[in-house]
Design a protein around this ligand. Structure first.
Ligand SMILES: [Zn+2]
Length: 467
């Protein structure tokens, strides 16, 4: 059983711990299907991991060596940004996974994220644009439960005793919030209460929900069993906390889900046609809807999110129809070739280093050591060289594959159409540069225009056409 391949969950942990919860919950449904011994967690600190190459990331190195030793069945990561710094690294990594038949599953849902395609060409195409991905997508998460939080709404932290006592200024309000939230009947009721206490406690509605769900306020940590926190003066008993979750928990969850969904949709960033400033994105949790609006010293400009989304959908459909696949494929081939060139040059540089290393070894007066092959520097150089050679070989194969691939166009078209069906922000960021909304119409400016044929550069829709 020891040699059974593992299902590896690779996570990025930032200093605030904020995104870990999100990653954990996203991969939970995959972990649930597995036995404990099949699962391997690798958590990487996100501190400037973005700036470091894979060589300088020990957790990444561990992952790579597991893959090379054929110990990995499937790799789960939240999305590409959790794995790679840039396109080049992404391609190297994809190549490695393909070679060792490692499946890659991206656990992020609904953020316009694209599942791994197991196809080095398509992966590289996606990789070309992966930098765009994520930029438009706001991801907000909740604070993780910690035993000694630096700050906790409603509490004053006594440093000397390391204890938490209710904050005099907020105690009464928070108590009445707990009392009222205990009595909520439906979503509308919950929203009304949240609206009021948001102002009184000067925090977001989301935060208020988290407070209602947080066992810290009962003086407990429930992450692993029931752990009483003796240093915390509770606002309520554990029984009451549990009862609140049992009875109102579904409303809290629905609220958060709706909010999360609406927030994740906010990717269009339209501009107001009258004042040329970004429009405000407003969410109605009760109606589970959102809209873009602006009324900065002018008549109100308003657009329902659903309407805008439908128009963009039409536009993207049109765009894909008019896509110059020939040019797109041609450019991707160029991209491939440049990548290869870069690798060849790197391999040459390493060759040179190895030569120099050998010269030093021979010329050094301390003489010859029979163990020079065990020298770390030599090993490292040799390994790098071997890796480059492997990659070059892989690229040769990929080049050939592309040259012989007749249905590449269909494949790409299918890929894009699938994204279209999912209403992908990625597709949007690829082809839409600007949206300007006027009281009765809107302009959409298309980008990556080089890849489009017979398509007017600007679309003008009358709002009446869609509503
Ligand atoms: Zn405006």
């Amino acid at each position: 059983m020891n040699h059974e391949k593992k299902h590896v969950f690779f996570r990025r942990v930032s200093t605030t711990g904020q995104s870990l919860t999100m990653q954990q919950s996203a991969d939970l449904k995959y972990r649930d299907k597995l036995l404990r011994h099949q699962v391997l967690l690798i958590e990487e600190s996100a501190i400037s991991a973005n700036k470091k190459s894979t060589d300088e990331r020990p957790e990444m190195q561990r992952l790579i060596s597991l893959i090379k030793n054929n110990r990995v069945d499937t790799l789960y990561a939240f999305d590409r940004t959790r794995l790679f710094r840039d396109t080049f690294e992404g391609m190297e990594f994809t190549d490695l996974c393909l070679k060792h038949q490692v499946k890659i599953v991206y656990t992020s849902e609904g953020n316009g994220h694209i599942q791994s395609t197991q196809d080095i060409f398509l992966e590289s195409f996606l990789g070309m644009f992966s930098d765009m991905e994520g930029k438009n997508i706001a991801r907000r998460t909740h604070e993780a439960n910690k035993r000694y939080p630096p700050k906790k709404l409603g509490y004053t932290k006594i440093k000397e005793k390391k204890s938490y006592i209710p904050d005099e200024k907020k105690e009464t309000i928070l108590k009445s919030y707990f009392a009222e939230v205990n009595e909520i009947t439906d979503m509308e009721h919950l929203c009304t209460i949240l609206n009021r206490y948001q102002k009184e406690l000067k925090c977001s509605a989301e935060r208020l929900i988290s407070i209602a769900q947080d066992p810290f306020y009962a003086g407990f940590d429930l992450e692993n069993g029931e752990n009483r926190l003796p240093h915390v003066t509770p606002y309520m008993t554990l029984q009451r906390h549990k009862k609140l979750q049992e009875e109102k928990g579904h409303l809290f969850t629905t609220y958060k889900k709706r909010l999360e969904k609406q927030k994740s949709q906010d990717t269009f960033a339209p501009i107001c046609g009258l004042c040329k400033k970004p429009m405000l994105y407003r969410i109605s949790v009760i109606e589970n809807k959102s809209n873009y609006s602006c009324s900065r010293k002018h008549e109100r400009v308003l657009m329902q999110f659903d309407d805008l989304s439908r128009i963009i959908q039409q536009l993207l459909q049109e765009t894909i129809k008019n896509l110059n696949f020939k040019k797109l494929l041609y450019d991707s081939t160029l991209f491939f070739r440049n990548y290869k060139k870069k690798l060849v040059m790197e391999a040459k540089a390493i060759d040179h280093q190895i030569k120099k290393y050998m010269e030093n070894l021979i010329l050094s007066t301390n003489g010859y050591s029979p163990h020079w092959k065990d020298d770390l520097a030599y090993k490292k150089l040799k390994r790098s060289k071997e890796e480059r050679e492997l990659l070059l070989k892989g690229l040769d194969e990929a080049n050939e594959y592309m040259a012989n691939q007749k249905n590449m166009r269909e494949k790409l078209e299918t890929l894009l159409t699938d994204r279209l069906k999912e209403n992908s922000p990625w597709l949007f960021s690829l082809f839409v540069r600007n949206i300007v909304i006027y009281p009765n119409s809107l302009d959409v400016e298309v980008s990556n225009f080089d890849y489009l044929t017979d398509l007017q550069k600007e679309f003008v829709y009358e709002v009446g056409e869609v509503s």
